[in-house]
Design a protein around this ligand. Sequence first.
Ligand code: COA
Length: 165
Amino acid sequence: MEQYICKIANLDEMRLKWQSEIERNADDPNWSIWRDEALQNAQMGAWLPYYGILNGEIIAEATAVPNVLYMQNGKAISAEGTAYLFAFRTVEARQGMGWFGKLLRYMLSDLKARGIRHAVVGVEPSEIRNMQMYFHFGFTEYVGYGKDTYPDGQTIEVLYYRKQL
Ligand SMILES: CC(C)(COP(=O)(O)OP(=O)(O)OC[C@H]1O[C@@H](n2cnc3c(N)ncnc32)[C@H](O)[C@@H]1OP(=O)(O)O)[C@@H](O)C(=O)NCCC(=O)NCCS
């Protein structure tokens, strides 16, 4: 029998997962900077890292930032009761099997129980498949666009979509 646990990760689980992500992206210096940022924010309680753990192995993740700044018509909006969701990942060998969907549903219901009323996701205009997946999950209300800059200086365009919880 497979056992799949969805939970907010502790720091040991985060360190383990980040180690494997850094190894997987060994030639990309952004990942160790993202790890430091993620651990620091989780430690402060500013970010909530949700993990999906299958038979003891961390296979899926998604992070929520409650009460975020998000974009509306190109302007940053401070939104009480809105969470920004990002860093959606399922390990390659387990993709397409429904594990991320289970984790996202767990995350949305946990955020709702914490008083969050809206969730926002960001997607690059070229990421059609991810955009379709977000629509599938009900992130259908377009709320604006913005630019995101990676630690290495690369800038990307992001479209933001919202879902009511
Ligand atoms: C995106 C990603 C996290 C999805 O994880 P996954 O475990 O493969 O996803 P699942 O198998 O749980 O599918 C998620 C849901 O989206 C649906 N879906 C997937 N592709 C879809 C598409 N093109 N159109 C509509 N729905 C789609 C699935 O049917 C499933 O729905 P269900 O839960 O109602 O059955 C995974 O593919 C990944 O890690 N990709 C690389 C990183 C990435 O691009 N992340 C997103 C940007 S941060």
